[in-house]
Design a protein around this ligand. Structure first.
Ligand code: FES
Length: 104
C-alpha cells in the first residue's frame, strides 16, 4: 500500500477570501481561505474541466470564472448550474501558519 502523501503549505500570506493554486504529482489543487477556514478542492471545474484559479471566493462559495457555476468548497458540492457534479476535495489540517493537505 502506498504511503499517504501530505502537502505542507505556508498560509501566512493567504488572506481571507483568497485562493492559491498548487501543483502536486500532476494534479492541480486549489487551496481556499474561506473566512479563516481552509479547504482544498481539485482545481478543475466539473462543468468543462477548466481551472478555477481565477474564480471568486465568497464565504464558502467558489464561482467558476467561465460560466458562473458555484461550488461549496467545504464538500465540493455543486451549488449552481451549469455544474451538476461536485469537485473532488482533499482533507486539510491546520498547524500554526501551515496547512497540511492530504493528497494521496
Ligand atoms: S467551465 Fe466552470 S461553469 Fe463552465
Amino acid at each position: 500500500m502506498a504511503a499517504e502523501q501530505v502537502l505542507v503549505v505556508d498560509v501566512s500570506d493567504l488572506s481571507r477570501g483568497s485562493t492559491r493554486a498548487l501543483e502536486h504529482a500532476g494534479r492541480s489543487i486549489l487551496l481556499c481561505n474561506a473566512d479563516g477556514e481552509f479547504y482544498a478542492v481539485e482545481n478543475r471545474c466539473s462543468h468543462a474541466a477548466t481551472p478555477l484559479t481565477r474564480g471568486r471566493l465568497e464565504g464558502c462559495l467558489l464561482e467558476c470564472p467561465v460560466h458562473g457555476a458555484r461550488f461549496d468548497v467545504r464538500d465540493g458540492a455543486a451549488a449552481r448550474r451549469p455544474a451538476r457534479r461536485p469537485l473532488n476535495t482533499f482533507s486539510v489540517a491546520v498547524a500554526g501558519n501551515s496547512v497540511e493537505i492530504r493528497v494521496g
